[in-house]
Ligand binder design. Sequence first.
Ligand code: CUA
Length: 298
Amino acid sequence: MTGLWWSMLAVSIVVIVFVTVMGGWGIVKGRRRREEDIERNVPWGDRFILISGIGVTGAILVAFFLVSLRAMSTLARARPSNLEITITGHDWWWEARYPNGAVTANEIHIPAGERVHVDLRSADVIHSLWVPELAPKIDLIPGRANEMWIQADHPGQYRGQCAEYCGLQHAHMIFFVVADTPADFQTWMKDMAAPAPDPSTALAVQGQQVFLSNTCIGCHAIRGTPAAGQLGPDLTHMATRSTIGAGTVPLSPQTLEQWILAPDQIKPGVTMPPTALTGEQVRALVAYLLTLGFEQPS
Ligand code: CUA
């Protein structure tokens, strides 16, 4: 495809230079020649127009048409991908589900160098998935499934953004596509599908109790515990993510505490309600949530 584009550019440059030179030449020399040609009745101009204007132009267009047809048939025979991810847009965050049961939010890992098939859905209004470095924008539309391919040629982190106005926090509907080496990706997907690690400190155990006995479980799931809410992001391995609120603030004990107590102050309009917890309960809850990483192999 790139070859076709460059050859079109090269031919266009040649044509533009040729036409410009001929035009300039015509302006400078044309007037004087015309008188002589008319007198001598030399039809050189007609032949020149026939050959270059119709013959050469036609040949170039037909040649590019044929080459484009070949490129189109190559594109139509899109290679099947080994991985299919479902991405759902929510007001105002992104959910990604993997075939092995892994669920995450706002940090979408893919294997570098591989074509990934993405199913796009919306839980509420129209959003648009846009990762400028990887793929064109495509809408996520309520009630219908869209699809696209993405591929990152090199490992790295690629910033993405909702590109369809979807309400108050449209601008804070940020996500990252993280391209890992294929081996790292397989490890990540396996770890992400695993249930949450059990809390190991007294404070974290207390925090888990706070989580399970409050309204948190109405919206959030932590796999491996009774919490199975589906309205908000899955928190099973939330400590592996780098931001809160879909890229709104970096994840830290302080921001997490603020977020739990008054999410609306960080992200006005956010669906998550404020939480009435004592300072001690919040500290325990934060301690627990920050243990939700990946279990280290022992
Ligand atoms: Cu979602 Cu804008």
